[in-house]
Design a protein around this ligand. Sequence first.
Ligand code: MTE
Length: 361
Amino acid sequence: MGIWNKRDDMIVHQSEPYNAEPPPGALVDAVTPLDTFYGRNHAPIPRLDGTSWRLRVDGTVDRPLELSLDELRRRFPERKVLATLQCAGNRRADLVEFRDIPGQVPWGPGAISTAWWTGASLADVLTEAGLQAETAHIAFIGADVSQDADPPQPFGASIPAAKATSSEVLLAWAMNDQALPAAHGAPLRAVVPGYIGARSVKWLQRITAQTEPSDNYFQWEYSLLPPEADPRKAGPGDGITLGPVVIHIAILRPGKGTPLPSGPTEVTGVAFAGDDRMVTRVDVSADGGTTWVQADLNAPDTPWTWQHWRATLTLPSGETELLARAWDSAAAVQPESPATVWNPKGYANNAWARLHVTCDR
Ligand code: MTE
């Protein structure tokens, strides 16, 4: 068992703060085991005492609340949602191959995982607090203080009030029917299905209803800058603040560098549409895009989950490139090359998946 009760073969990009992803082949199941779920942190993982911990709900509400975990569990109906979390930096490594992105974690395709989340619906808690009419955003603050911000700041984010009051957004205390692990935000985290992982704030301390988006460093840090921007000089309002996930795809098997015979080979992968969309088609090619076959695509288990796909491709002997591309229910298709989507912080790489393979005769 590796650190934070993770499997031994996690690809650990950093041990402090802990940033690790599973090998792609470990993501072939619909639900990701706790020891396999990726971990993304901007500060050391805090260990909070669940008995003295309180959640504050304040801002533009009629009745500010202060709730213990026990009160949250007793006062609100328990909800359970199967949802995929994906980091906005997933597959940054492919962008780095095109052009360097200094100072950022070079994630492969494994910064994505799916779990059953159990908790109270954020909408129920906000109803109890009584949202005032002018509320437009709901802001979250965690307990971990990150040195990425200058001066250091607790990790925070906000989501539009319309999303926050949708039934799928949870304040979760359990993951895959087990108590939420410290590494994933115990005692309580936000889970915002369909949005980039950065909006699912862990070690939640405070929820504030407000008229403007959060001014927390991480709210605007997670934004898409134009290629020519200098990320060291960028500030609030520069770039596109990221919210809903854009359509994503990854090849899970065969793995990178696996020796393969030529001939028919099964290729499996995962696609994730994000927001409330679903993946509607996946095409795969074994000849660098000259010809394509349509993969068999699983229906999503809930509107908030990834979808696995598989196809049998006839691999030529020698070197070739496997390609995969997806469409979503809004008919959005992925760009061909990471060069099209390269951005200075390396977020939201939704280009086609590519895998270089060499086959024996
Ligand atoms: N919440 C806090 N408090 N601190 C963090 O560093 N990281 C965010 C989000 N919530 C983060 C956080 C990011 S960028 C992602 S992708 C997800 O948590 C990762 O969740 P996980 O570590 O449970 O996989």
